[in-house]
Design a binder for this molecule. Structure first.
Ligand code: HEM
Length: 129
């Protein structure tokens, strides 16, 4: 569940958008045909009506796959299981070799309103005897 919780909490892609095909009312607002609608996965992933204590990073969270980071519906990320598998294997292998990793400074985030990521994150990996 650590991998899914990280994908939820971090939300690697902040949003996607769609163009409305017909007029539609949502949450009391009318969206007109042809208008662009942005789906903020970042916001959905912090929705306290759906996720308990959404701002907390809880690695053994129940229902950790209940998040919006892969989108929803027919275009939901086709690679979501591959992404989860890659990250699970990477962390299993990293932790076998480097069981202790300490964050030693502030992250530098990338400049983008789409890809929600990091340029750098300094860490200390203590030598093993
Ligand atoms: C943590 C890693 C990943 C994240 C957060 C992610 C996120 C997303 C999101 C948000 C969408 C758009 C969903 C929508 O428009 O409704 C998407 C679509 C897609 N993703 Fe991923 N993705 C990841 C990894 C991957 C991987 C590893 C692959 C391929 C092996 C992949 C292939 C695709 C494809 C082909 C689509 C388009 C699906 C469609 O439009 O029907 N993704 N992904």
């Amino acid at each position: 569940s650590m991998v899914s919780e990280t994908i939820r909490w971090q939300t690697p892609l902040a949003h996607m958008s769609r163009v409305a095909k017909t007029d539609f009312e949502l949450g009391g607002k009318t969206i007109k045909a042809g208008e662009r609608v942005v789906m903020w996965y970042l916001s959905g992933n912090r929705d306290e009506d759906e996720i308990d204590n959404p701002n907390a990073y809880i690695i053994d969270r129940d229902q950790s796959r209940h998040h919006m980071s892969f989108g929803f519906g027919v275009h939901r990320c086709v690679g979501n299981r591959v992404a989860e598998l890659q990250l699970t294997i990477i962390w299993e292998e990293i932790l076998k070799r480097f069981p202790e990793i300490r964050v030693s400074g502030e992250p530098v985030r990338n400049f983008s309103n789409f890809v929600h990521g990091f340029e750098t994150l300094p860490v200390i990996i203590p030598a093993r005897n």
